[in-house]
Ligand binder design. Structure first.
Ligand code: SF4
Ligand code: FES
Length: 366
């Protein structure tokens, strides 16, 4: 049997703990409790295995990865193993001391998320008073340390009118790259979809703003733009294809083909506590079931884009149609494509914009 190429990246979800409470968090509603988290030694072992099987990059994520005190140690270990290290963080815990420890560990890159362009909006949508100010300070520390900064702005119907101000903020912070990302509807975001999904007019507005900013900032700041699937005619190649480019490891050590995979029924996701990363990647049912094209139904099976988008997102197929093996409804050729338009109509009609904030303790014990 031909073995698959090694994954490009490892997404190490160190913890589901987080000081913020974003209502669009992609973490599962049922989060891993702190006492179940992998130990420092467990993670060291995982990082060694990752390097040994040819993984190139590790993305430390969460929750908030900086809530783990051993993060600098894990960065240092990954760095020694030859892995490129990136941290995806809210930045609110990135003090001078934390920055110094990460630099000493050899951190290569930091990706900082913003909830809005303003203090008021940032603190409100992040559910953390004073959080926006801390993020601005974190961005300055990253740049002063000489590290590249990627500023992520998550947009939705309640902050979308400030997208120009977000881009201006990214320029002021001297980000090398910005990501303007419409909320992706998994986990908590799916729960809050009607209060977050923008209208067609709002989407058109952002499209025009981003296009103009890209032209203006060309050669200076790269802008990645992630559109909501609900308005797409083609799905995204979620995670670059199932079991194709990434391994995601949950705080308690479950290996997942994507961050939302735990919502999929009928799977056993192997633990790094019991199985080697190599075996998981090459042979586990969890990683091979939707790998490649053999599993595909029509219309994907005969479609010339099947090795471009890999039939879209399995988690979205499940969430929208109840069947994990169907074509992602984001595709205009999918039999369920009209479900996306229905969701937009539903969100447009929503008058209550209250958000259910992400909460670890609530999710862990509900
Ligand atoms: Fe992609 Fe399947 Fe749609 Fe073709 S039919 S574009 S492979 S999702
Ligand atoms: Fe799970 Fe797309 S989020 S496959």
């Amino acid at each position: 049997m031909t073995q698959p190429a090694p994954p490009m990246g490892l997404i190490a979800e160190l913890t589901h703990r987080c000081p913020l409470q974003c209502a669009y968090c992609s973490n599962p509603l049922q989060m891993d409790a702190p006492k179940t988290e992998l130990s420092t030694d467990d993670w060291r072992h995982v990082l060694d295995q990752a390097a040994a099987i040819g993984i190139l990059q590790v993305h430390f994520s969460g929750g908030e990865p900086m809530a783990r005190r051993d993060l600098p140690e894990l960065v240092a270990h990954a760095s020694r193993a030859g892995l490129y290290t990136n941290i995806i963080t809210s930045g609110v815990l990135l003090t001078d001391e934390a920055m110094a420890a990460l630099l000493a560990g050899g951190i290569d890159h930091i990706q900082l998320s913003f909830q809005d362009a303003t203090h008021d909006g940032g603190d409100r949508f992040g559910g953390y008073r004073g959080g926006h100010e801390k993020k601005l300070a974190a961005a300055r520390r990253i740049r002063e340390a000489g590290l590249p900064l990627t500023a992520n702005f998550v947009i939705h119907k309640q902050n979308i009118e400030r997208v120009e101000a977000m881009i201006a903020l990214g320029e002021t912070l001297e980000a090398e790259r910005m990501e303007i990302a419409h909320t992706q509807y998994y986990g908590w975001a799916l729960l809050n979809r009607n209060a977050l999904l923008p209208s067609r007019e709002q989407l058109d507005y952002v499209n025009a703003v981003v296009e103009a900013a890209r032209a203006r900032l060309k050669g200076r700041i790269a802008i990645d733009y992630v559109v909501p699937d609900y308005y797409a005619s083609r799905p995204k190649a979620c995670m670059g294809g199932w079991g194709n480019r990434f391994i995601n490891i949950s705080p308690s050590g479950k290996t997942l083909p994507c961050h939302a995979a735990e919502t999929l029924p009928g799977f056993t996701f192997p633990s790094v506590r019991e199985t080697s990363l190599r075996d998981i990647w090459q042979a586990s049912d969890a990683f091979t079931r939707f790998r490649g094209t053999d599993w595909m139904p029509e219309p994907c099976r005969a479609c010339d884009r099947r090795e471009i988008d890999w039939g879209g997102c399995r988690c979205q197929a499940l969430a929208m149609t109840g069947d994990v093996g169907r074509t992602d409804p984001a595709c205009h050729r999918a039999p369920d494509h009209d479900l996306m338009a229905q969701a937009v109509v539903e969100a447009d009609a929503e008058t209550v914009l209250d958000l259910v904030p992400r909460r670890l303790h609530q999710a862990a014990h509900d």
